[in-house]
Ligand binder design. Structure first.
Ligand code: HEM
Length: 517
């Protein structure tokens, strides 16, 4: 895709930089057992397994006939979690970790899908094709997640309704049950209390490698050594994996046991289909690859007749040792294309996950990084980067920068810095931009946990508005003593020629400016 796209930029970071993978380091990490982890013991459960099960249970309500249900974040509703088909605390645990990573561009449902993708990719599984754009349900879905005590025919019918054939059912269950196990607490009739100090949650595992993806779920099943509690459980009524795995005479499972590659590629296909099972009307994004060069966190602030410009640029597939030299070249409103600055390497900033590494160059954030100071009238219109002298400009398009509407350093707060009693947001609007509306955007969660944007109108200039550059006018918003606005962070939105758009990726609070004179 072409930068900038607020939604794809956010999804690209979440999907490829994978901040969620820190919760899966190591893959047996489990954050909800103070007696186990605190005492240095294995809990027998893992965040990774819970995330995969959460994605499946959110999706499994899909009804292909009327295209309702599916992966839409409805598992976050207490009413769904209270159903017998969703027994256990795995869903609440998962959501408490991953939902904070959802935002205006990445829905709760996208983050649930991504949690499963990242669990597979971090813990030995295949790469899974990911798209974004899922829409969060506003109410619980109809029940429909399979339970272990159902008969084979009803499982076949259930997967059929979810959009999967019998063979695909075998695959999907085997892929999921490559992780985790059955807990005593949720299924005391299937699993006894294990009294194992290295399995404090008493989870009877589906295979001998419960925190990693591999085909042991199939090899152990085929060789008859499996301890899978849904295959060799003492009560045959709940041996659903046994009925499902054997439902085609073991043809599918034998294939998985014979070929780890075939199992991995089948899982990549089926898990991708599972997470792309969404209700009618939802249009998923394209599949996107990591941008080789990606500007992020760009910020402009008007200071007198100058603009302080700061931001970052991420270089994909690089490490500290192979770090390139990066120069920023930019064009401005005077037509000059020769401005340039060499970007300092952020020493803290080479990062990696299980699969990728990248380096981040920062400019204009904290010492020792210097602001790039622009003449306010000249501003900036477009960036290019020279990476080891090779020009990166998205095939000639460059990286366009909107410098028409941004915060002015005359914004200020009154009273205590920690606890302001008042203040003013000043917004610089370039003469000629002619917005019909300028507003502050506050990201809030609605009553159902979805992120929405609250807009607060900013007033056009008055004669007493502080002046800085003759190229700009100042619009202002005074929150009075509204403590919710004085403690909040905002981006700026504007409507120009009937088109509404967010102007900056950086959120600012009134206390990020100086005290009012
Ligand atoms: C007929 C279909 C299925 C049945 C009856 C079934 C049943 C179960 C049961 C009883 C548990 C134990 C839960 C607990 O103790 O809290 C479990 C765990 C799990 N299931 Fe399934 N499952 C099915 C399909 C799937 C599918 C399709 C996936 C994913 C693709 C999946 C992923 C998981 C995972 C990862 C766990 C482990 C959770 C943990 O260790 O905390 N299951 N399943």
């Amino acid at each position: 895709y072409t930068w900038p796209s607020p939604q794809l930029d956010a999804l690209e970071g979440a999907r490829w930089e994978q901040p969620l993978h820190f919760f899966l380091r190591p893959c047996n990490a489990f954050d909800f057992d103070p007696n186990g982890a605190a005492a240095g013991r294995a809990s027998g459960r893992s965040n990774a397994a819970d995330w995969i099960r959460t994605a499946y249970h959110d999706m499994a309500t899909f009804n292909k006939n009327d295209k309702t249900g599916g992966l839409d974040g409805s598992i976050r509703f207490a009413e769904e979690q209270a159903r017998a088909e969703n027994i256990g605390d795995g869903f609440a645990n998962t959501l408490s970790k991953i939902v904070p990573f959802s935002n205006r561009y990445v829905s709760v449902a996208d983050i649930i899908a991504l949690g499963a993708v990242i669990a597979f990719e971090t813990c030995g599984g295949p790469e899974i094709t990911f798209r974004g754009g899922r829409v969060d349900a506003t109410e619980p879905n109809t029940a429909g997640v399979p339970k272990p005590d159902q008969e084979l025919d009803s499982h076949i019918a259930s997967f059929e309704k979810q959009g999967f054939t019998k063979e695909e059912m075998i695959g999907l269950v085997a892929c999921g049950h490559s992780f985790g196990g059955v807990q005593h607490a949720s299924f005391p009739d299937i699993v006894p209390e294990l009294n194992d100090p290295e399995n404090t949650q008493s989870s009877a595992h589906f295979d001998t490698t419960p925190v990693n993806f591999d085909n042991k779920i199939a090899t152990e099943y085929m060789s008859g050594t499996t301890l899978n509690p849904l295959v060799v459980g003492h009560n045959d009524t709940t041996n659903s994996d046994k009925r499902i795995f054997g439902s085609d005479g073991n043809v599918t499972m034998r294939g998985f046991a014979d070929s780890p590659e075939a199992f991995a590629s089948t899982c990549a296909t089926l898990i991708a289909r599972m997470i792309d099972t969404v209700p009618a009307g939802v249009k998923l994004t394209e599949v996107f690859t990591p941008l080789p060069v990606k500007p992020t966190s760009l910020d402009l602030i008007l200071v007198g007749d100058k603009i302080q410009f700061s931001g970052q640029v991420r270089i994909w597939n690089a490490t500290r040792n192979t770090s390139p030299q990066v120069r920023l070249l930019w064009a401005d409103h005077t037509g000059s294309k020769t401005n340039n600055a060499t970007l300092p390497f952020n020493n803290a900033g080479d990062s990696s996950n299980e699969r990728n590494s990248w380096v981040v160059f920062k400019f204009g954030t904290n010492s020792p990084f210097q602001f790039i100071t622009l003449d306010a009238a000249a501003g900036i219109t477009n960036m290019r980067f020279a990476v080891n002298d090779k020009i990166e400009d998205q095939g000639g398009l460059g990286f366009p920068v909107l410098d028409d509407i941004f915060f002015s350093s005359t914004s200020c707060y009154t009273g205590d810095h920690e606890n302001p009693s008042g203040g003013r947001f000043d917004i610089a609007v370039r003469n000629g931009a002619n917005p019909t509306r300028v507003y502050l955007e506050k990201e809030i969660r609605d009553a159902t946990g979805r992120t929405t944007i609250q807009e607060i109108d900013v007033s056009p200039p008055t004669t007493s508005s502080p002046s800085g550059s003759p190229a700009f006018s100042i619009w202002s918003y005074n929150p009075g003593n509204d403590t919710s606005d004085l403690s909040a962070v905002f981006t700026i939105g504007a409507e120009v020629n009937g088109v509404k758009a967010t102007r900056s990726s950086i959120q600012r609070a009134v206390t990020q400016f100086t005290a009012c004179a």
